[in-house]
Design a binder for this molecule. Structure first.
Ligand SMILES: Cc1ncc(COP(=O)(O)O)c(C=O)c1O
Length: 448
């Protein structure tokens, strides 16, 4: 496959334009579609559109294609499984790929105190993994309230949506939401909700839960779970400091509340560790996983301490959940992550982070660069003092990058996210920085 060209393209090309027009007529208009990229094929971190234009992919289908596009080991695992059988429903029957994957999850998911006493429920998506975790928390604690965070994204099915609080368009018109969900401020240190600076902060944003929610709104002994993303994804790639997650763990433990960590976007090696929560040393009670686990095949997993996942046969299930092809793809993906790609995410991620931080002096639009491994967000502002959100400028930068051959997505109101496949090379990281630099210059009105 060709490398990313050093040109500004007129997009969409004719074939892409025709497909976009048909899509506009027949496909639900609820999808976001920031720019008209129409995929034809991909290899590693490079993708080609239907008109033969080549792009560097720093979006990875929203942080999904962890092993890159069409990794031969993953394709082989899928093909070999497809030649045996496609489906037999894990709800009613047994098949070994699912059992193998559950064993693998028990070894990597940071619950159960390293004993391996972990059980996993398999579904098809991140939202379903969250639904399973919420239902399990309610079932196990016999309590029904849930605490989630402002800016969070947990999915679009009604239970998960009730915990989601990222953008109102995701909730507008769909109410009423599931009762018993409360939202608290997240540790967004660039825009501290309680006006502090990160140095010496003891996660005072959590005082809201202790001093207001628990005293005035909901009794802690009626709260089943706190659901939290260690790094908010859709909310803008906001990294929670360790102290926030550690205090949350203390608080939940004190009140017998389960701590459910949403690693749908931050998990599976993307941050340089298998799960982002590991940076804080916190051990949650349950973890929701999806996206990167099967390199692009649909799979959601809710893993929990074995002594928590004791619901009886028939309590929860899914016809397609944990289908054999997704499980085979996940097993091949996990092997690649452990062998090389998780480490690559750490080293190439550090290089990409350095490169993006190196643009701060040149581009007044950049307010903050943050992240871990290959999960990096750049928040754009109109003024570094007031931190006024550069919303339209963000969209323009994402589009300018597209026309120059770089696929990135927005996150939150005014951030750009870099979530490439974990096979990204150092040279590709440098290309991403170069194109992003040009895109910023174009939007800032300089010669591009
Ligand atoms: C943190 C997080 N949780 C849950 C979800 C929902 O996943 P899905 O779209 O697979 O339902 C997402 C999707 O972006 C996510 O980023």
């Amino acid at each position: 496959m060709r490398t990313v060209p050093d040109i500004k393209m007129a997009l969409p090309g004719p074939k892409a334009a025709a497909i976009v027009a048909r899509d506009n007529k027949y496909v639900s208009p609820s999808y976001t579609r920031d720019y008209p990229f129409v995929m034809a094929r991909g290899e590693g971190a490079v993708v080609e559109d239907v008109d033969g234009n080549v792009f560097l992919d720093c979006a990875a289908g929203i942080a999904v294609n962890s092993t890159g596009h069409a990794h031969p080991d993953v394709v082989r695992a899928i093909t070999e499984q497809a030649q045996k059988f496609l489906h037999m429903s894990g709800t009613d029957f047994y098949y070994e790929p699912q059992v193998k994957l559950a064993e693998e999850m028990a070894a990597i998911v940071p619950v159960g105190g390293g004993t391996g006493e972990v059980r996993s429920f398999f579904s098809n998506s991140g939202a379903e993994a969250i639904e399973a975790a919420i239902k399990l928390a309610r079932y196990a604690t016999k309590r029904f309230n849930i605490i989630a965070f402002l800016g969070s994204f947990h999915g679009r099915t009604l239970g998960a949506l009730s915990a989601t609080s990222s953008k109102y368009v995701q909730r507008r018109g769909f109410g009423p939401m599931m009762p018993g969900v409360y939202h608290a401020p997240y540790a967004d240190c660039y825009r501290c909700p309680v006006g502090l600076t990160p140095d010496g902060c003891a996660a005072e944003c959590l005082d809201y839960i202790d001093h207001q929610l628990f005293l005035q709104v909901v009794s802690p002994d009626e709260v089943a779970a706190v659901v939290v993303e260690p790094i908010q994804g859709e909310g803008g790639y906001v990294v929670a400091p360790d102290a926030f997650l550690q205090r949350l763990r203390e608080m939940t433990r004190k009140h017998g509340i389960l701590l459910v960590v949403d690693e749908v976007q931050s998990g599976m090696g993307r941050t340089g560790k298998m799960f982002a929560i590991e940076f804080s040393g916190v051990e949650p009670d349950a973890v929701a996983i999806a996206k990167g686990i099967a390199s692009g095949m649909p799979l959601g997993v809710a893993s929990a301490r074995a002594n928590l996942m004791t619901w009886p046969p028939g309590a929860h299930a899914s016809t397609f959940g944990g289908n054999p092809i997704s499980c085979a793809a996940a097993l091949a993906t996990l092997k690649l992550l452990k062998e090389r790609l998780m480490a690559n995410a750490a080293t190439v991620g550090a290089r990409l982070m350095d490169g993006l931080k190196g643009l701060v002096g040149k581009h007044p639009l950049i307010g903050d660069v943050r992240g871990r491994g290959l999960m990096i967000g750049v928040e754009l502002v109109r003024d570094r003092q007031t931190k006024e959100r550069a919303t339209t400028e963000r969209d323009a930068v994402v589009n300018a990058a597209f026309r120059r051959g770089l696929l990135v997505l927005g996150a939150g109101k005014n951030s750009v996210r870099f979530s490439p496949p974990l096979v990204l090379t150092a040279a590709q990281a440098d290309t991403a920085v170069r194109i992003f630099d040009e895109a910023l210059s174009e939007v800032e009105g300089r010669a591009g």
